[in-house]
Design a binder for this molecule. Structure first.
Ligand code: EAX
Length: 328
């Protein structure tokens, strides 16, 4: 009886201590991104901040820093996450393969059928495993938010089939899988941090680039001469919400669970926000003088890029790629 009472008292003490610990834990955090304030990364970021503040009774305040305010590119900001200088980051997978190699499996062209297929993979076992892999790089992967399906823009000519793009000098993310796909397709890709792209387009250093509609629209690329938009949807671009593992581990368990739960919850909100706005954004691009070509021969791009898969067969065996491609 005495032993049982001691046990109950000890359990009560632990719970009370945990409650006191989280009740006392206070923090002000920075959430960074490379995109303009009205981009879904930052609207999602503000939603996350509001929910965390509300659910912690104001103990944890998060401020959103868009447009590369905390670093000229996603690589630099991811290093900031590793060092604990930045608390949270929404980043494309662009440079992330350099931190967590397994994430590059999502970067193969024409891997995803549609948004439903995307959600299935990102919120399923494959997605959870890829997020967990970031811990080896001292990064906590909270959830998969969205960049979107990527499309080609250029300032030279209308591109309907892959042959029309031959020789175009285009910027890609610092991503070996994307680089290989465009090289194999016969274009002339060059890797570059997002913060440098607008000027490089204006100065004619590059002819074009590829990005989801929200990035092209929120960055007003038509002002950098990008008057040709081709609806290639050649690759899906996920954007994990990453957290400094140092900062994550420093939070009481209760708050850690809250960040994971809220991160997944906002993922649904953020993806919907991104997808629902695409039509309107394309219409507005057309009103800015952009030729929006929707009837692109996507099969020609798919066929031309397919051989690039081979270059990574040792790192990503076909079976692993098929597991993503055939997820149902
Ligand atoms: O994450 O670098 C890119 O093209 C990304 O799509 C952009 O930074 C948003």
């Amino acid at each position: 009886m005495k032993k049982a009472l001691m046990f109950v008292l000890a359990a009560l003490l632990i719970v009370t201590m945990a409650g006191i610990a989280s009740a006392q834990f206070k923090a002000t955090m920075k959430l960074a991104s490379a995109t303009p304030p009205d981009h879904p990364y930052n609207v999602g970021g503000q939603k996350f901040a509001d929910l965390i503040k509300e659910r912690t009774g104001g103990r944890i305040e998060i401020r959103v820093y868009p447009a590369g305010q905390l670093g000229k590119g996603e690589r630099e900001m991811t290093e900031g996450i590793q060092q604990g200088a930045i608390d949270l980051l929404v980043s494309s997978t662009g440079p992330l393969g350099g931190f967590s190699p397994s994430i590059n499996i999502l970067d193969f062209p024409f891997l995803f059928r549609d948004f439903n297929h995307v959600d299935l993979v990102m919120d399923g076992a494959i997605g959870r495993k890829l997020l967990a892999d970031f811990e080896k790089a001292n990064i906590k992967g909270l959830a998969f938010w969205e960049n979107g399906f990527r499309h080609l823009t250029n300032n030279k000519r209308l591109v309907k089939k892959v042959e029309d793009g031959k020789g175009l000098k285009i910027r890609t993310m610092e991503n070996k899988v994307h680089l290989a796909a465009w090289k194999t397709a016969g274009l002339n890709p060059t890797p570059m941090a997002w913060g440098e792209v607008f000027t490089a387009l204006q100065q004619g250093v590059i002819d074009g680039q590829e990005n989801p509609i929200a990035v092209i629209h929120s960055s007003k690329l038509w002002d950098a001469g990008q008057k040709q938009f081709s609806f290639t949807a050649h690759v899906y671009s996920p954007s994990p919400l990453l957290m400094s593992k140092i900062k994550f581990d420093a939070m009481p368990k209760e708050d850690q669970e809250l960040f994971l739960k809220t991160g997944m919850e906002v993922a649904k909100f953020q993806r919907k926000l991104n997808r629902d706005a695409e039509e309107t954004r394309m219409k507005e691009m057309a009103s800015k003088g952009v030729t929006v070509t929707r009837d692109v021969d996507r099969e020609s791009f798919k066929k031309a890029m397919a051989p690039s898969y081979e270059q990574f067969s040792s790192q990503f065996p076909r079976a692993e790629i098929d597991a993503v491609m055939n997820a149902k």
